[in-house]
Design a protein. Structure first.
Length: 460
């Protein structure tokens, strides 16, 4: 082992070295190909070795990561990645992430990280304000929308059963009064997974018919009871459409049912005066799930859960042990499934602080405008756009399923941009999601040129 002072020096050297390599990577991201080549992926085999017998210089570890790891990354932080509704980390968020990693905070309890929990509190308050949600909502930061949906649904389960005289935290679900769950036919898979984790089971879910854009048809809602959870969607992952939340919430609340809003990316449209009409009624829900690593462009991973009934959330999530002595203020581990948890609030606060309300609004409206630019270019080239482009999602077909899949494969292989495949109402399509602050009109035009060129080669 090295002497303590020497080890510390090596650690600081590694930090400086990593910062240099990170800055170089960030500086080159806009011009590199979006997806790695097959030879670059094969180089990852260099990491497969027997567990080392001896220690390594931290600089050499970072060097190996950069030499073989950096080329095999997907350039999601650049301006031409349009897959999976993925944002690119804002400069302030990226820099805050580096500092937060140096701090190495566990934000499970306030006593473990005063700054981590305080910034989380501030950021959650800002989000409620920006999204016009009740200021007294309680919530927390989790890994993403799947966990946020699960957390909210667990709170709903507790709250509804409590009204029925059943304490699910003490007595579990065996023998509990039945809870009805209602979703739209275009519900996101993460909600179905969360429902399964919460013990509801997919076969017990009532599915409501949707329209041609994936919006739940409110007039098709079944008769609801006071022990029902209705899951609505802000931003269909394919079309970007929004369920008619105002009407659904009205009908559900007349019967005492709980409405949960899955708004992984679309909920952020509430920030924009231009698109706020799409979100009419979503603030009336009882719980909300969204992602900061999508439209707000915070580093992965950063999901958000907010619940109107804070007591139900705490009851569903609270952990107690002899060595845990929480204070009188909000404790993150009592609002989320995790005890040990990364201090995600640092990066979230930095992103929101750097953007402000006007910057966040501009980011949302600009990316939606760029999606319309894609739509216009694709239609002009003679291709079929399958959805009403209401926000940042575009679906395009290049002809038959086989041709469309081949075009997508070649686009991904080409490296100019990256888009994924999806199925929409029986048709194979390419999905374009414009979500990154880094995307410019030039990026869109460059990507359109590649799409049209490749489609032509494929006979589309």
């Amino acid at each position: 082992m090295k002497p303590k002072q020497e080890t510390q020096r090596y650690g600081l050297d590694a930090l400086s070295f990593a910062a240099e390599r990170g800055q170089r990577y960030a500086g080159e991201i806009r011009e590199r190909r979006v997806a790695p080549t097959e030879p670059q992926i094969r180089e990852l085999s260099k990491f497969h070795e027997a567990f080392p017998e001896n220690s390594s210089d931290p600089r050499s570890v970072v060097a190996m990561l950069d030499e073989f790891g950096s080329p095999a990354t997907v350039a999601t932080a650049g301006g031409r990645y349009f897959g999976f509704v993925t944002g690119g980390a804002l400069p302030a968020s990226l820099a805050a992430s580096w500092l937060a990693s140096a701090w190495d905070q566990n934000a499970g309890l306030r006593v473990m990280s005063p700054v981590g929990v305080e910034l989380e509190d501030v950021a959650l308050g800002w989000i409620c304000e920006a999204l016009h949600l009740p200021p007294d909502c309680e919530g927390g930061l989790v890994t993403g929308a799947t966990t946020a949906n699960f957390t909210a649904l667990a709170a709903a389960r507790y709250g509804l059963l409590k009204k029925a005289g059943w304490d699910v935290a003490e007595d579990g679900m065996f023998g509990a009064p039945a809870i009805e769950v209602v979703v739209g036919a275009e519900v996101h898979a993460s909600v179905l997974k969360a429902l399964s984790l919460a013990g509801f089971g997919r076969r017990r879910v009532t599915i409501v018919e949707t329209d041609g854009q994936g919006r739940m048809r409110a007039e098709k809602l079944p008769k609801l009871s006071e022990r029902a959870i209705v899951c609505i969607q802000a931003g269909n992952v394919n079309t970007g459409s929004f369920d008619p939340a105002a009407e659904i919430c009205r009908r559900a609340h007349e019967q005492g049912a709980w409405v949960h809003a899955d708004g992984a990316f679309g909920l952020w449209a509430l920030v924009s005066p231009k698109f706020k009409h799409l979100t009419d009624g979503f603030a009336l829900a009882d719980s909300w799930a969204t992602d900061a690593h999508k439209w707000p462009n915070v580093n992965y991973d950063n999901g958000i859960v907010l619940v109107r009934d804070g007591a139900a959330l705490r009851a569903a999530m609270t952990l107690s042990a002899a060595y845990l002595e929480p204070g009188t203020r909000r404790e993150p581990m009592h609002n989320t499934p995790e005890a040990s948890r990364r201090a995600r609030g640092i990066e979230l606060w930095a992103a929101l602080k750097s953007l402000g309300r006007s910057g966040l609004c501009e980011l949302i409206e600009r990316t939606c405008s760029l999606a319309k630019r894609f739509e216009s270019g694709l239609r002009a080239a003679g291709f079929e756009v399958l959805n009403e482009v209401v926000i940042n999602q575009v679906l395009v077909s290049f002809g038959t399923a086989a041709i469309t899949r081949e075009v997508i494969r070649r686009i991904q292989e080409d490296g100019t941009c990256w888009c994924g495949v999806t199925e929409w109402q029986g048709k194979t399509a390419m999905r374009i999601s414009v979500s990154s602050w880094a995307t410019t009109e030039g990026d869109v035009d460059r990507s359109l040129e590649a799409m049209v060129r490749i489609a032509g080669v494929c006979g589309a």
